[in-house]
Structures are given as structure tokens and as C-alpha cells.
Design a protein around this ligand. Sequence first.
Ligand code: FES
Length: 126
Amino acid sequence: MGSLEVDLSNVPVGQSATIKWRGKPVFIRHRTQDEIEYARKDDDAPMRDPSPDALRCPDPEWAVFLGVCTHLGCVPIANAGDYKGWFCPCHGSHYDLTGRIRKGPAPLNLEIPPHQFLEGNKLLLG
Ligand code: FES
């Protein structure tokens, strides 16, 4: 109940998609090799809510986050901000390609929804 299967073949490398799940936006980003390297090289940078990229994105080509800013709940914009990830225009929170909060008032990283990758290039949310 409440699960959703997403066909990832509709999200080519370098592209992002936003889908709706349980009434909330979910960001799915198909990261390029450069983006993965850019994200991982920052693992040791000072952060408000430190978490290694490999933990948040164990399948490194894919970043899957709830599209809800952890400040006051606005929907951030993809491919924007100072860290190439998401930017929340409401009060200026910058998230990186790992969905980690890097700048601005948000207290926590973007939440990771329960999900798993299935055969046939599919993602199951929930
Ligand atoms: Fe995103 Fe305030 S709701 S910065």
C-alpha cells in the first residue's frame, strides 16, 4: 500500500525527475560520473549534517530524496545552488548532489524515502 514503481529509463544520465509519492515530491537524479566524484570528494568537508555520499547514495548513479526542504518545507529547485544540487528559494538553503545541506537555514539533509532498485531498471518507492 502506498508503493510506487518508477521506470528509471525515463531519467537519462545527467537528468533529474520529480515524481509525486504519497502526496510529496520525490527527486530522482541520474548522476554523471563527474557528479559522483564531485559529491564524494566533499565527504570530509565541514557540514551541518555530515553523512558520506556512499551511505546516502549506495547506488552512486542514483540520488533519491524527498523534495521537501528541511527548513520549512518548500520544494527546492533542481540543478541549482552553490553545490550543483538543489536550491530552496524560500530562504536560501543550498543542498549538494548528495542532498546534504551545505548553506542556508535548513537544519538537516534532504530525507531519503524508503526505496529499492528492482530488475529492469525500476525503482520501488515505499
Ligand atoms: Fe527551504 Fe526555508 S523552506 S530554506
